[in-house]
Design a protein around this ligand. Structure first.
Ligand code: HEC
Length: 175
């Protein structure tokens, strides 16, 4: 291999691995998909001020003191899939009763798993992961990366790493 070809090949593999990291999560495609998903959840009354909340229950780490959990199906960019919406409630005076009365007051985060089309992430059952603030904007991790997409594929921490441990091999804890 000529030296210039070799350098070009190294350069290409570096930019390709950067692109793969970008594709895993937090990239522009994941962020805009997360926005469309939030809109679909709003239209289905799974999130937003007119959402129908299921009964709150006491949660476990890391998802918050009080939780609600809803499973449904929504359509995003022409694909209809299963969606699981977990709301995390907290703050001064939080309790299951308080959340049942005034959910908006205590809502801290909305974590979502949406099963995308085949091939999106075959290793992880094609789940798209997102963590939103109460207003629908995306939360970020300690590296300031937005939590949307294959979070964090190939890493020892994050949605995928932890949910891989869920019993039954479907990445879902609450079933
Ligand atoms: C350290 C482990 C851990 C991490 C990290 C984690 N989860 Fe979870 N997740 C859980 C557990 C445990 C439950 C069950 C909680 C319950 O309802 O009591 C759960 C439940 C859920 C559910 C409801 C469906 C289910 O599996 O029961 C969703 C949706 C969810 N998590 C999304 C996310 C998203 C999105 C992320 C990343 C931003 C994430 N989770 C990160 C442990 C984790």
């Amino acid at each position: 291999m000529k030296k210039t070809t070799l350098i070009a090949a190294i350069g290409l593999s570096i930019s390709m691995s950067a692109a793969a990291g970008e594709m895993a999560f937090s990239g522009p495609d994941s962020v805009s998909y997360a926005k469309d998903l939030w809109s679909a959840l709003g239209a289905a009354k799974l999130v937003g001020s007119s959402a129908d909340n299921s009964a709150p229950y006491k949660g476990v780490h890391p998802h918050g003191a009080v939780l609600t959990n809803a499973t449904s199906s929504v359509t995003v960019s022409g694909h209809t899939g299963t969606v699981i919406v977990k709301k995390n409630f907290g703050g001064e005076g939080v309790s299951t009763d308080a959340v049942a009365k005034e959910p908006a007051k205590y809502l801290k985060a909305v974590t979502v798993m949406f099963q995308r089309e085949d091939g999106y992430d075959a290793d992880n059952q094609n789940w798209f992961w997102a963590k939103y603030k109460a207003d629908g904007s995306l939360q970020v991790n300690e590296k300031n990366m937005m939590l949307a997409g294959r979070v964090a594929k190939g890493k020892s921490k994050g949605c995928i790493a932890c949910h891989t441990a869920a019993p039954g091999g479907d990445m879902i804890f609450t079933n």
